[in-house]
Design a protein around this ligand. Structure first.
Ligand code: GCU
Length: 408
């Protein structure tokens, strides 16, 4: 009998002295016992094995390519955000020869007087596009399984997470869509068929889809389709794309960065268990807790490691390694022990050996920095004072990192 969430929460460990001693498998160790020693071997052989492993054991396969993708511009406003931005709403349509279809709406802000097409931040939102912005005429998005709007009264209530005005002032474009419109995140069996997976596996029982797919893969796929759309948008430079996400959407941003090399900078904001944090530390949220909350975030077979993290043949530093040598930023918050800040930091430490193959440093330190003192490298880390959230303080680092990468 699976335990209830309340029972599981009672046993969560927040005591560093009770973190088990664990052995971390290196992503560089090949299944035949050899060790990868060059970037060439990593890129041409081992990286593919690690990626396939993740697709099989953790997040599942990404949805396939639909028969047609179509971008429909719903609105354009050239005096948005106090006349500093051009705002577009674009519906991304997925259509199958079977006549099945799915779509979601992307909100895009572009700095108005940019001399060159600017880099672009992409991220999914929790509560609808209208909640991410303070502009009253943005279309409401974000629907539940029944197709009803989730947050009809939520206009503007997530503005602090998005910081569109300052992102525009810094010279970046920024795009978002609601994650529920790609895979509705409601702990419902129906979620599978109401999501983009319904296009491809309409007859397959949910339980069987769950063996090879997950909502995190659906969301990551959605981010890549947003980038496809931006590649058709001459007013942004889609070759300079930054993917970011908070919490479960931070897990998603890491997986999107791992599966789609077009994302040049990958930002995990408080992604925690199943994101940047190491499973084997069993500090804060653990496998039992996360799989009781939302089993469909991962493939069903991950359940066999519940209360047996020691037997996992990998850990989440492998996920960070899949992004190498591209820059990645791991952010934690002091008040977010549930996400295990130290475990998030350590995955950056242990992924660094893959970055070193490329002549890079990775994180460049094994000492966790004090709060609010960021470490900046190909792998960056910061521990913000405060609670589980994505705030302006986090954004200050993200704008800075994009500036360093794209020379702005
Ligand atoms: C829960 C869950 C986390 C997740 C978070 C979120 O707290 O346990 O794993 O990151 O929700 O997405 O907000």
């Amino acid at each position: 009998m699976p335990r209830s969430q309340e029972e599981i929460r009672k046993d969560i460990n927040y005591d560093e002295s009770k973190v088990p001693v664990f052995k971390l498998p290196s992503p560089l160790e090949r299944p035949d016992g050899g060790r990868v020693t060059t970037a060439y071997e990593w890129v041409n052989r081992r990286r593919g094995e690690v990626l396939d492993f993740y697709k099989k054991e953790v997040y599942g396969q990404l949805p396939p390519r639909p028969d047609r993708i179509r971008f429909e511009t719903l609105s354009v406003r050239d005096n948005a955000l106090g006349n500093t931005a051009i705002r577009k709403e674009i519906r991304i349509h997925f259509e199958m020869n079977s006549a099945r279809s799915h779509s979601f709406v992307m909100l895009l802000y572009i700095p108005k007087n940019a001399k060159l097409p600017p880099p672009v931040f992409l991220g999914l939102n929790f509560k609808g596009n209208h909640a991410a912005t303070d502009e009253p005429d943005v279309m409401m998005t974000g629907r539940n399984i029944a197709g009803e709007l989730l947050e009809p009264d939520g206009r503007g209530n997530q503005v602090h997470r998005w910081q569109f005005r300052e992102t525009i002032q810094c010279g970046y474009a920024s795009a978002t869509a609601c994650y529920h419109d790609i895979y509705p995140d409601f702990c419902s069996e129906e979620g599978w068929h109401r999501s983009v997976y319904g296009l491809f596996y309409p007859e397959e029982p949910a339980e069987s889809i769950h063996k090879h797919a997950s909502s995190i893969s659906a969301w990551a796929w959605g981010l890549s389709r947003m980038l496809d759309c931006l590649e058709n948008e001459p007013s942004v430079d889609a070759s300079k794309a930054v993917v970011h996400g908070h919490s479960r959407l931070g897990k998603t941003a890491l997986w999107a960065g791992a599966t789609d090399p077009r994302f040049r900078l990958v930002i995990s904001n408080d992604s925690g268990c199943g994101g940047a944090a190491l499973f084997k530390r069993c500090f804060g949220e653990n496998l039992e807790a996360i799989l009781a909350l939302a089993p469909y975030w991962f493939v069903s077979d991950l359940q066999r490691y519940i209360n047996n993290e020691a037997a996992l043949p990998f850990d989440q530093h492998w996920l960070i390694s899949l992004i190498a040598p591209r820059p990645v930023c791991i952010a934690s918050a002091t008040g977010d022990l549930w996400a295990d800040p130290k475990g998030e930091f350590l995955s950056g430490v242990y992924a660094s050996e893959v970055y070193r193959l490329f002549g890079a440093e990775g994180l460049g330190t094994e000492t966790m920095p004090p709060p609010d003192q960021p470490v900046t490298g190909e792998i960056s880390y910061h521990l913000r004072t405060g609670k589980h959230d994505q705030t302006r303080e986090d954004w200050l680092h993200y704008w800075d990192l994009a500036g360093r990468l794209f020379g702005r």
